[in-house]
Design a protein around this ligand. Structure first.
Ligand SMILES: Nc1nc2c(ncn2[C@@H]2O[C@H](COP(=O)(O)OP(=O)(O)OP(=O)(O)O)[C@@H](O)[C@H]2O)c(=O)[nH]1
Length: 246
């Protein structure tokens, strides 16, 4: 919400509340004076009935509206923060599963191909143990940037925990997804992170599954298949992609 629309919304609400206050006050006063029938007093009374709410209503309603708007903006910000991983800014596990489930339902209905990718950094414990936890954090951020550089705007990227990431690629064939993972391997092989003047390189193992989903598929089951391919990638030497069912 821009500052201008925020102020306009606040102003129009205050004007509306003031208008309602004046009308209510006038109505009550009119009813009272209808039974009183004293013209001189009724004129003063009518004047007071209009002026009093005009003076009193805007201030508390302006303050209250500002407070309400701030609370709702904060609520929105908190909801967004609760769905993001604090280190990388990627979707956290819960948000990734929620968003991927929505995209999966859409793919089932439209019968379009999707790809699910599981990624796990190789020998990450060694980076932590050798160069310290902050070097590990740096690698996680570096990897996040590499992922963002390889994915489309419409792809979901999540950090499922530790050094474990996942992608949900809507409308993506196995060839396209495989090309993406090869690009990622290449990016990592050509870059490094710097810790105390030492250039550190790391690699990633990847499991990949592409399919036109059916109603029976869930994100949990698809990620289980992806994990089995990822396990194969780790066991066959790491730094590679294994396609599920190949
Ligand atoms: N720096 C950092 N380390 C983390 C974070 N989350 C988890 N880790 C570490 O990640 C490491 C994961 O180690 P392992 O599960 O043994 O995996 P690995 O060393 O990558 O070995 P392979 O997966 O078999 O290649 C552990 O040492 C965790 O402490 C984090 O947010 N920051």
């Amino acid at each position: 919400m821009t500052q201008k629309t925020y102020k306009l919304g606040r102003l129009s609400t205050v004007l509306f509340i003031t208008f309602i206050s004046v009308c209510t006050s006038l109505l009550i006063t009119s009813i009272v004076f209808y039974f009183c029938q004293d013209m001189a007093i009724s004129k003063i009374g009518m004047f007071a009935a209009i002026v009093t709410p005009l003076v009193v209503a805007p201030f508390p309603s302006w303050y209250l509206m500002g407070l309400l708007m701030k609370v709702s903006a904060l609520e929105k910000e908190m909801r967004l923060l609760a769905s993001l991983d604090s280190l990388t800014g990627l979707l956290n596990r819960r948000a990734f599963f929620n968003d991927a489930e929505v995209l999966l339902h859409y793919a089932v209905r439209e019968q379009i191909s999707v790809s699910v990718v599981g990624l796990d950094l190789d020998k990450f414990k060694t980076i932590n143990d050798t160069y310290g936890h902050s070097a590990g954090d740096l690698a996680l951020k570096h990897f996040t940037a590499a992922l963002k550089g390889s994915c489309r705007q419409s792809d979901l990227i999540g950090r499922l925990g530790g050094e474990e990431f996942a992608l949900f690629l809507p409308n993506t064939s196995v060839e396209e997804a495989y090309t993406l993972t090869q690009r990622l391997h290449k990016t990592l092989s050509q870059s490094s992170i710097k810790v105390q003047d030492t250039a550190i390189q790391y690699t990633v193992s990847i499991g990949l599954l592409s399919l036109v989903p059916t109603r029976a598929d869930t994100i949990e089951t698809l990620l289980q298949h992806v994990d089995s391919s990822l396990y194969q990638a780790k066991n066959s030497g790491r730094n590679r992609t294994v396609v599920y069912g190949s």
